[in-house]
Design a protein around this ligand. Structure first.
Ligand code: MIG
Length: 774
């Protein structure tokens, strides 16, 4: 490896600073006061356009650049970069002069590789890196980002399906972020080989890095997702419970599953079809014996309130006479070896060819195939699997394969981590194009930085192990800290057979994760909510119901995530960054900023320890008050999930429904404790894009003291969408009162079994409501 050596010259032009070294050009550019783009381009290398970065131009930033004592100080209002000139070394500082990130040995390079060696301080914790097993804090780990179809998620397994080269380093509440825009392999050693050093190696010739000055981890995530995009608001049905298995077939079995859910009053929105719906695993076909009339099936399921999602794998069966293969071959759309032969790998259909999704023409062609085969049949969403890309024998494409637009082809390894991202992009964009007024739903296994723009992500092939119920928490929180909010795991575990107890505990966690799907591998025992008898079924039902009761809250949180880029399921450190007790707390999580779950994830356990950060908390089930910071041992028999609400929160709920399409005329506002609080509640039609042109409503709710009495104000919903609720129920936890007054009307509060006080009112929409407690 060659180090940069001395600066030969430098030049500042506005927000940009160029530093010439013997072997190339180092460029620093402020995109915002707290965001600096760093590029090192060795001589003779080419810049590649980014697929992750979507914001092309940024508002002006005021920066200054001064030279003093052999150093340049390149300064914005939010940070400064100190560049030593002989040799070239970098330090990133916060405005008060404290160090955020400093070079250790600095930048070095050789053909096809760049390395950045950095110093690590004892206080720092490291978060993000996309989908990684283990606890939240990745300090002390060596990690490689190389998308891999790894079916055995043992604790020391490193490479999984997602590859997101973004992380944050946090020290006593102050964080910085670093995004390395590289779709080839990236290797991190985070203070493993040497306790005070990090070494990052990119297997690509040019370094494209983005430094985020923070210091709040929320501001870093918000900037990072401004750069790489945010999750579009999904259709509400995709937030419902999804029932899956490899595979439900023939169609009578699919009907039986759907009816099974309805007959048992187990709320659900989706039944999923895995690979066996296809004709010999040929993508965009149906097995005519198993599914003689897909359109009729979808219509019937729709009448029961179900949507259907089908799996779509990237591999196209090599099979002359099969239209998709013939067409792809004839139009030259498949990935080829350097010698021009189409690359073939073995997957489910046997020998398969793979579309080169780096090409726009290929993405459009692929997208178009969805219409006749799937969308016209009534399929509502697409599940993209095997897109690491995965081949059975060799695990991925042959090293001599090429990908890229015509004339710009690069070896596969330069594109490897982007295959799933680009497949999801093709799918998402085609759904948008083919169903212009519907919100697409895409689910993917593999992805790269920015995948949140196109797809929800599930964590792939876990096991029905208690250990994986635990792993569920930090892995999903880590995804959230990597900019991807719509995430979930196979509830109940994919491989192996869960016990009823494990399923019940897993459903409790799943009900609070953004993506909620029960899925199991072929050959494993059934794990639908009803197969373990009465007791387990009723626990599952209770938590599926909770999911739907929480729907107004969850949907509101999805809207916030779409607007801010912050995760829905989040580690406590995001809310309490300076509390050392939560720096690596991996077995509790928050949903938005107001709910905190502390699931039980061990067999036989009916208690667990819960950490309550500073502030007052309320038990969701009993209203009991807990004042943090404190540790408590809480009771949690199998039917209970320890769940808490931040005091002062106002959490919107709705009555239990069996699916999101059911009409709901009641809004339940739950108020937690005698503490001031507010809520902004977002609502829209849940399905179309009409909200983009203003068809949504926002209702501002406020709970505050007014002349010695508590008053709840529910503002008239604003916006052109009229909410469906005409009944408003107030549920007061931890509040002393006997009646509520609205204008001249006085209503006695009733006590519920959980201790909360409640009263209902009819409401004409839209109107302003004021309630006084007495
Ligand atoms: O080689 O489609 O992770 O969810 O059920 C296995 C069959 C292929 C892997 C996915 C899993 C799915 C399975 N697939």
């Amino acid at each position: 490896m060659q180090f940069l050596g001395n600066a030969l010259s430098y030049k500042q032009t506005g927000r940009q600073l160029n530093i010439q070294v013997a072997g190339g050009l180092l460029t620093l550019e402020y995109l915002a006061a707290d965001l600096c783009h760093l590029r090192f381009q060795p001589e003779g290398t080419k810049i590649r356009p980014s697929i992750a970065v979507i914001k092309p131009s940024w508002p002006a930033v005021t920066v200054t650049c001064e030279e003093s004592a052999g150093k340049l100080f390149f300064v914005s209002a939010a940070m400064s970069v100190e560049v030593s000139l002989e040799p070239v070394r970098l330090r990133f500082l916060s405005p008060d002069g404290s160090e955020l990130l400093a070079d250790a040995a600095g930048l070095s390079y050789q053909e096809g590789q760049v390395r950045w060696q950095q110093s690590v301080r004892p206080c720092q914790h490291f978060y993000g890196f996309g989908q990684k097993l283990g606890y939240l804090d990745k300090r002390g780990k060596a990690m490689t980002l190389w998308s891999t179809d790894e079916p055995y998620h043992a604790p020391d397994v490193d490479q999984l399906y997602q590859a997101i080269p973004f992380h944050m380093a946090m020290c006593e509440g102050a964080a910085y972020g670093l995004f390395l825009d590289c779709t080839a392999k990236v290797e991190y050693d985070i203070a493993k080989a040497e306790p005070d050093r990090a070494s990052i190696t990119l297997h690509t010739p040019v370094l494209e890095a983005y430094f985020f000055a923070g210091p709040h981890p929320k501001s870093i995530l918000s900037r990072y997702t401004e750069l790489t995009g945010r999750m579009p608001l999904p259709p509400k049905w995709a937030l419902g419970y999804q029932q899956c298995r490899w595979s439900y077939y023939p169609e009578s079995r699919v009907r039986e599953i759907a009816s099974g859910l309805r007959e048992r009053n187990l709320p659900a929105d989706v039944v999923v079809l895995d690979i066996d719906y296809m004709d010999g695993y040929r993508v965009f076909t149906w097995d005519n014996e198993r599914f003689p009339n897909p359109k009729q099936l979808m219509d019937d399921l729709k009448a029961q309130g179900f949507r259907v999602i089908t799996i779509v794998d990237p591999g196209v069966k090599v099979d002359p006479g099969y239209a998709i293969y013939d067409d792809g071959l004839q139009k030259d759309l498949f990935v080829k070896h350097a010698d021009g032969k189409v690359f073939e790998g073995t997957v489910w259909p046997g020998m398969t060819a793979f579309p080169d999704f780096t090409r726009q023409e290929v993405r459009d062609w692929w997208g178009d195939q969805h219409k006749p085969a799937l969308l016209d049949m009534g399929i509502a969403g697409i599940w993209n699997d095997m897109n690491e890309p995965s081949c059975f024998a060799r695990n991925t494409f042959a090293p001599d394969t090429l990908q890229g637009e015509k004339g710009e082809e690069l070896p596969h390894d330069q594109w490897h981590n982007a295959y799933g991202f680009l497949m999801s992009k093709a799918t998402f964009e085609s759904l948008k194009r083919l169903k212009p007024n519907e919100r697409p739903f895409v689910l993917t296994r593999s992805g790269y930085a920015g995948i949140q723009r196109y797809s929800a992500v599930w964590m792939g092939d876990n096991h029905s192990w208690w250990e994986h119920l635990f792993t569920h928490m930090p892995i999903l929180m880590g995804m959230g800290l990597s900019g991807v909010p719509f995430v979930g795991c196979d509830v109940g575990g994919f491989q192996g057979d869960p016990s009823g107890e494990l399923l019940a505990r897993w459903m409790q966690v799943g009900a609070l994760t953004p993506f909620f799907r029960n899925h199991a591998a072929a050959g494993t025992a059934a794990q639908e909510p009803w197969v373990f008898g009465e007791q387990i079924e009723s626990i599952c039902r209770r938590f599926m119901e909770l999911r739907y009761e929480l729907m107004p809250f969850l949907y509101n949180e999805f809207r916030r995530a779409a607007q801010t880029g912050l995760p829905i399921m989040r580690p406590l450190l995001l809310e309490f960054p300076s509390d050392p007790a939560v720096a690596n707390l991996s077995d509790q999580f928050m949903v938005g900023q107001d709910l905190m779950a502390a699931p039980v994830y061990q067999p036989g356990a009916d208690h667990r320890m819960v950490y309550f950060p500073a502030g007052a908390w309320r038990d969701f089930w009993t209203g009991e008050r807990i004042v943090g910071p404190t540790y408590q041992v809480v009771k949690a028999p199998l039917e209970t999930l320890p769940l808490y609400v931040r005091e002062g929160a106002i959490v919107p709920l709705q009555p239990v429904v069996q699916h999101t399409g059911e009409a709901v005329d009641e809004l339940i506002l739950t108020v937690w404790g005698e503490a001031e609080g507010e809520l902004s509640l977002y609502e829209d039609d849940g399905e179309t894009l009409a909200f983009e042109s203003g068809a949504y409503s926002e209702t501002k709710v406020r709970f505050a003291q007014e002349g010695g009495r508590w008053r709840l104000t529910v503002g008239a919903p604003t916006g052109t969408f009229t909410p469906a609720w005409t009944k408003l129920t107030l549920r007061l936890h931890g509040i002393t009162a006997t009646q509520i007054e609205r204008g001249a009307e006085t209503v006695a509060l009733e006590r519920r079994p959980d201790g909360a006080l409640t009263a209902s009112f009819s409401v004409a929409q839209p109107s302003n409501q004021e309630f006084y407690l007495r």
